[in-house]
Design a binder for this molecule. Structure first.
Ligand code: MLT
Length: 239
């Protein structure tokens, strides 16, 4: 029996799936999983996903950089927010980072609680490296969209659809959500940035007058050849 591939549109739906023994790819295109990929490309040592800013702040005492974002904004008093541009700073090389974001870190921790066998970090930046990694793991896969506060979002589902489209031959496709995500991606792929700029999260960025164009950055393809993955409590990246 070929391995299956499923798409879960929001973390609220994850408990409806059999997670144990499967590889979960956590997807938060705008911007947590993109930022995590960039952090390891810059040379971060390890990243600890935490649930709350209060918990995150504790790790300052252990020489961690502390990164906290809520509602797309960097929280005051923290070293980093969640824009991938912040993670290109060479000062993060070799550092441990404690990270809490609105949706992305929650999705990572939920996948761990539900006993996924592997938890990988996916973004358009490491899409090809991720497909290669999945083929070596040879396990059934759940593509978990972080969404927005347990609601569907466009960009994570488009990435999941791109993954299904890229790896179709390797998996048994019996999941309607995966089929729909693939068709959504195929229908939008030629104007992806235009579509994502119409998404609710891109509009949040506009309302907040973000200083950087995080949408364009997060839609870059294959600029990162690494696949960060959860090992125990930490996200690490073996070269
Ligand atoms: C998230 O974790 O939901 C997002 O990455 C939020 C953001 O950084 O805008």
């Amino acid at each position: 029996m070929a391995n299956s591939i499923e798409v879960v549109y929001t973390p609220a739906l994850l408990p409806m799936h059999e997670v144990k023994g499967k590889t979960v790819v956590v997807i938060d295109i705008l911007r947590a999983t993109t930022s995590i990929c960039v952090a390891f490309q810059t040379g971060a040592a390890k990243i600890l996903p935490v649930a709350t800013p209060e918990e995150c702040r504790v790790f300052k005492e252990f020489d961690f950089l502390c990164a906290a974002e809520r509602n797309a904004l960097k929280l005051d008093g923290f070293d980093l927010g969640n824009s991938p541009f912040e993670y290109q700073n060479p000062l993060i090389a070799g550092r441990n980072i404690a990270l809490t974001t609105t949706n992305g870190t929650k999705a990572i921790k939920m996948a761990k609680e539900l006993q996924a066998s592997n938890i990988l970090i996916g973004s358009f930046l490491n899409l090809s490296a991720l497909c290669d990694k999945l083929s070596t793991l040879a396990e059934s896969v759940i593509l978990l969209c972080a969404g927005w506060k347990d609601r569907f979002n466009l960009e994570d589902t488009l990435f999941a659809g791109a993954m299904v489209n890229e790896s179709a031959s390797a998996f048994q496709l019996d999941c309607d959500a995966a089929l729909a995500a693939r068709e959504l991606y195929v229908s939008m792929q030629d104007n992806l940035e235009q579509w994502v700029r119409q998404s609710s999260h891109a509009k949040r960025f506009q309302l907040l007058h973000l200083q950087t164009d995080d949408v364009a950055f997060c839609l870059q393809r294959n600029t990162v050849k690494l696949v960060p993955m959860l090992q125990g409590e930490y996200i690490v990246c073996k070269q």
